[in-house]
Design a protein around this ligand. Structure first.
Ligand code: NAP
Length: 289
């Protein structure tokens, strides 16, 4: 082997697993960072059948793949397949990231960090610690949102969900006094009280009905954070903006949850000013991945 080739860094391979996976923006995002940072490597989508996902993830240790992001519906299987789980993965009981460390397969979850980082950047921790939050939705994303809000000390969190029993179950599982639920039929009362309104439901996604909640009687300085990123400006955000409210969209969370994964897979944290928003927006517009 020549000295030149021995000095060349070995390209690293990582990717994202889901079922289906063709719609994922993660390959666009990670490939763009790889190119910008001139890191030799690749990031590819893997379609993994949920029926065999746990076994498939366990074989990761025998491959040269450095790590994987995991999306719906495989986050529980990823968690189950790992030898150990980080604190953030344990908090949520699901993993969106698998990587190898000292011969062990590690389950991690970057959604907590991904959700809270843009929010803190926008309003600061102090404002979060001095106001109440309303979380809409009781699925996987809602768990990450609540975990993150509790970890920064938001003093009052109200959870509403179209199916009341799911919100009640989630509140009972988490079991902290600052978290409570109100019935879907009384959701407007919850909107009026909240300083921060978070849509962690699937309502308002392209092709789905808009969220059936009005922003006409919110607090004056309320912030509306919609986790959805297709479309980039959701009907909820549009309505909030029409009432003069500040908004935050889901693309920021998508980028913020990807940054720590990139560091785990390729060893470098993409600088915050290396902003892929426009590249992602273009991919959403054209449908090209
Ligand atoms: P999920 O586990 O399938 O949960 C979906 C939730 O949406 C449930 O609470 C469901 O209520 C509610 N819902 C669906 N249609 C509704 C409607 N028409 N009106 C009111 N509520 C409705 O999904 P998830 O993983 O939590 O994801 C939720 C959303 O967050 C998705 O849109 C996803 O794209 C987004 N997300 C974004 C990021 C990001 O990085 N930006 C990360 C994760 C998730 P029921 O219980 O009544 O069915």
């Amino acid at each position: 082997m020549s000295s030149a080739s021995s000095k060349r860094p070995i390209p690293k391979l990582a990717g994202v697993c889901g079922w289906p996976i063709h719609h994922s923006l993660s390959p666009v995002l990670h490939s763009w960072w790889l190119k910008q940072l001139e890191i030799p490597g690749a990031y590819v989508p893997f379609a993994v059948d949920p029926k065999t996902a746990v076994e498939a993830f366990r074989t990761l240790k025998q491959t040269s793949i450095t790590g994987l992001n995991v999306t719906l519906p495989l986050k529980s299987a990823a968690f189950q397949s790992a030898d150990i789980a980080t604190e953030d993965a344990q908090k949520l009981g699901v993993a969106n990231c698998l990587y190898k460390s000292r011969g062990q397969l590690v389950a991690h979850n970057t959604d907590l960090e991904g959700f809270i980082a843009p929010l803190i950047a926008k309003v600061g921790v102090e404002r979060l610690q001095n106001g109440s939050a309303l979380v809409i939705g009781a699925g996987g994303a809602s768990r990450a949102v609540m975990g993150a809000l509790l970890s920064v000390g938001v003093p009052e969190i109200c959870l509403v969900n179209r199916t009341d029993s799911k919100a009640e179950d989630l509140v009972n599982q988490v079991n902290v006094p600052s978290l409570y639920t109100v019935p879907w039929a009384r959701r407007q009362e919850a909107v009026e009280r909240a300083c921060l309104i978070i849509n962690a439901s699937a309502a308002g996604m392209s092709g789905k009905p808009a969220l059936d909640i009005s922003m006409s009687a919110t607090r004056e300085a309320a912030l509306v954070y919609d986790l959805i990123y297709t479309p980039r400006v959701t009907p909820l955000m549009k309505e909030a903006q029409a009432h003069g409210l500040d908004t935050l969209g889901g693309l920021e969370m998508l980028i913020a949850q990807a940054r720590p994964s990139f560091k785990l897979f390729y060893g470098e944290l993409p600088p915050k000013d290396l902003d892929p928003t426009e590249v992602l927006f273009e991919a959403l517009k054209t449908g090209r991945r």
